[in-house]
Design a binder for this molecule. Structure first.
Ligand code: SF4
Length: 150
């Protein structure tokens, strides 16, 4: 198993993360140097991790033993804008789809603003403010383990 979260030490910003006015992607892949920002609970709702925890190659390797880490955790890394297929030209299309999907399916936003380690740099928050955060807890990056409703 991977190390207990309590054993993980907060670390300085890695090269994977933002500098200056850059933005963070809050639904990034599990790669050494990324931040662990949430854990998917048994109810499918993400439990945010408000402290900055940088993951390493060992974490990625061990977490991958049980399947895609992005199905069970949320990670943040630098937003690469036009180098990402989700980039629309001037914004991230993921949060737009999430908010539209929630409205269509009448999913209520989270009542409280989740604690978050990257709010100051988050791409989604920069686009939609608190509305993005209240939707964020429903986002699972890799949906391969999500069971379709009957
Ligand atoms: S949308 Fe809000 S809660 Fe989600 S990662 Fe960005 S700042 Fe944090």
């Amino acid at each position: 198993m991977w190390r207990a979260l309590a054993d993980m030490k907060p670390v300085p910003i890695s090269p994977k993360l933002v500098d200056g006015g850059e933005k963070s992607c809050p639904s990034a892949r599990a790669e050494a140097g990324a931040l662990l920002i949430g854990v998917v609970g048994p109810d499918g709702i993400v439990r945010p991790i408000p402290k900055r925890f940088e993951i390493d190659a060992e974490f990625v390797e061990q977490a991958s033993e049980a399947g895609a880490p992005e199905a069970r955790f949320r990670f943040a890394s630098r937003c690469v804008e036009g180098k990402c297929k989700q980039w629309t030209g001037n914004s991230c299309g993921v949060i737009e789809k999430v908010l539209t999907g929630m409205a269509e399916q009448m999913i209520a936003p989270a009542e409280n603003l989740p604690s978050c380690a990257i709010r100051g740099s988050c791409r989604w928050h920069s686009q939609h403010g608190a509305d993005a955060c209240r939707a964020c807890v429903y986002v699972i990056t890799d949906q391969s383990m999500v069971t379709a409703p009957a």
